[in-house]
Structure formats: C-alpha cells, structure tokens
Design a protein around this ligand. Structure first.
Ligand code: COA
Ligand code: NAP
Length: 264
C-alpha cells in the first residue's frame, strides 16, 4: 500500500512492542523500523522473538518475557533502554484468546486471558514510565471491539479489553502532560492468529463479514499505519482515545442489535 508517511519519520525514536513477535504487532514493529525507529519486540517464546527480530532487521532486538510477570517486563524495558536509549514509543499488544462459553471456562481460563491482556498492559505501561523520553512519548494499547460490544464465547476477552480501554483513559488523565496514551481497536484482520481462533470456519467468517460496514477484513499494514499516526506529531493533541481501525465493524454490531430488537 502507498503510505502517507515520509521514510525517516521515526529516525532517532526507540519503540518497545510487547507481543511484537507475530501478527498485527509484528506488522507494527516492521513499519516503525522501516521508518527509522530502533525496535525491541517481546514475546514468551525466545526462538520466535529472535526470528521476529531477524525478520524486522534494522538492528531490531527480540526479547523473551511474559507480560504477566512485572519483573520480567521491567527487565525487558531496561534492556531496550540500555541498548537504544530512552523510549519514545511503547505498544502493549500481547493477548491470548480462545472461544469458550462461560460454563466451559474454568476460573483459571478466565484469569489467564485477563492476566495476559489487562494485567499485561498495566505491567508494560507501569514499568515503562521512568524509562520514557518525555515529553512526547506515546503509548498505544491494542484493544478490540469486544471491549464495547458483548460477544458470546468471549467473556474473558470482553472483560479484559473493556478494562484496557478504561486503563488507557485513566493513564491519559494521570500522565497527560508528558505522555500520550491511546488505544487501537482493530477489526478482523486477515492472516492472523486471532482470526484463526475466532472465525475458524467459513460460516463464522461470513457472519463477521455481514457485520462490517466496508464488507471486508482488514490488513496488518492498515493497523500499522494507524499506530505510526498515533505516535507521530500529527497526533500530538490526541490522548485517551481508542482509534477504531475496523472498516466500521462496530457500527455493524450496533445495527444488528437494532435489527434484533425490531427497531431497524
Ligand atoms: N477452552 C476452555 N479453556 C481453555 C481453552 C479453551 N479453548 N484453552 C485454554 N483453556 C484453559 C486451560 O484449560 C487452563 O485452565 P485450567 O488450568 O483450569 O485447566 C487455562 O485456560 C490456561 O491454559 P494454559 O494453556 O495453561 O495457558 P497459557 O498461559 O499456557 O496459554 C492461552 C494462554 C490459553 C491464551 C494460549 O492459547 C496462548 O498462549 N495464546 C496466545 C496466542 C493467542 O491467543 N493469539 C490470539 C490473540 S487475539
Ligand atoms: P498473535 O499473532 O497471536 O500475537 C500475540 C503476540 O503476543 C505474540 O507475539 C505472542 O508471542 C505474544 N504473547 C502472547 N502471550 C504473551 C504473554 N503472556 N507474554 C508476552 N507475550 C505474549 O495475535 P494477533 O491476532 O496478531 O493479535 C494481536 C493483537 O491484536 C492482540 O492484542 C489482539 O487482541 C488484537 N486484535 C486482533 C484482531 C485480529 O483480527 N487478529 C482483532 C482485534 C484485536 P508468544 O506466543 O511467543 O508469547
């Protein structure tokens, strides 16, 4: 795709991307590195992290750490600061998901997703604050439409992502002078682990299409461009917002609910 951003937009910037070793977040990491940022990506699996760093190139580093462990995440952030300097951009995108009804979900299953998504985002943002290059640092949480629209078989992800949206807003209020804090809510994105889990068969995929105003799934580079925008000067007066990059998916859900109630 043709990008509106100039090639050296992120020269001299340092970006830390939790969950950046695959999928959407890896796409964000690649784009930021292409635009000049020094990038660190983090995931649990060390081999996957090393492969991701090699794929990104541009001196990127891959670090193995679990976002559920504050000490490990703090260590990964310090390693990045020591290697590249104070951080300008921090993305929290690690997530876990599976389809299960509440009655098919143990307390530990619910806790596992909440811990990766919500506690993980708290850990990444809480641990990075004194390592940021301020003023002007930009934090981005990767959330999802489940934060706003309830979805069956997704109680854990709905609760976790709703918590992330509120955490973004609270941090924007508390850190507003120095650090902008925003979220990105992607719609269904082609070729990702998330959609392989949420729409594993053609019928489910067709149902997702029906609810999207633009009648297509999105692409990883469309999310990456949004992330670049949010941490660029073009967004310097934007904080505490959740940017939906979803082809109007949530509008579709709202319309569907009206149809179900006989109001449309
Ligand atoms: N249905 C119901 N429960 C499930 C489940 C499913 N499909 N998959 C896992 N669980 C339960 C487990 O049984 C366990 O509960 P228990 O201890 O009561 O038996 C709990 O969830 C934790 O499972 P575990 O495999 O130990 O967790 P983990 O920390 O190793 O992995 C997951 C986390 C489960 C989220 C795993 O799918 C993962 O690593 N996902 C990352 C990739 C991903 O989900 N990408 C999409 C992002 S949108
Ligand atoms: P993905 O490819 O599965 O990426 C998940 C990343 O998080 C991987 O790098 C994974 O690496 C890491 N991770 C998982 N658990 C972790 C943990 N406990 N600690 C540290 N890292 C961990 O997922 P994706 O589908 O691209 O989704 C990326 C983000 O976009 C998620 O936040 C998701 O909720 C959101 N989203 C996705 C879609 C979609 O269409 N896919 C739609 C809306 C929102 P390891 O496995 O090695 O840990």
């Amino acid at each position: 795709m043709t990008s509106p951003f100039r090639d050296n937009l992120l020269d001299g910037k340092v970006a830390f991307i939790a969950g950046g070793t695959s999928g959407i977040n890896l796409g964000i990491a690649k784009r930021m590195a292409e635009l000049g940022a020094k990038v660190a990506v983090v995931g649990r699996n060390p081999e996957k992290a090393a492969n991701a760093a090699a794929e990104i190139g541009h001196d990127a580093i891959g670090i193995s750490a679990d976002v559920r462990d504050f000490g490990l995440i703090r260590g990964a952030l310090e390693q990045t600061r020591n290697q590249f300097g104070p951080l300008n951009i921090v993305v929290s995108g690690a997530a876990g998901n599976f389809l299960a009804p509440v009655l098919g979900m143990s307390a530990n299953a619910f806790k596992t997703v909440v811990d990766i998504d919500l506690l993980g985002t708290f850990n990444v943002f809480r641990a990075c604050h004194d390592l940021l290059n301020v003023p002007g640092a930009s934090l981005i949480a990767i959330t999802a439409g489940q934060a706003v629209n309830p979805m069956q078989l997704q109680a854990h992800a709905c609760a976790a992502k709703a918590g992330i949206n509120q955490l973004v807003r609270v941090l924007a209020l508390e850190w507003g002078g120095d650090v902008r804090v925003n979220g990105i809510s992607p719609g269904p994105i082609e070729g990702t682990e998330g959609m392989a889990r949420l729409a594993p068969d053609p019928a489910t995929k067709a149902m997702h299409f029906e609810r999207i105003a633009m009648k297509r799934w999105g692409f990883i580079d469309e999310i990456a461009e949004g992330a670049v925008f949010l941490c660029s000067d073009a967004a310097k007066y934007i904080t505490g917002t959740i940017l939906d990059i979803d082809g109007g998916s949530q509008l579709g859900d709202a319309t569907q609910r009206k149809v179900e109630r006989g109001l449309a």
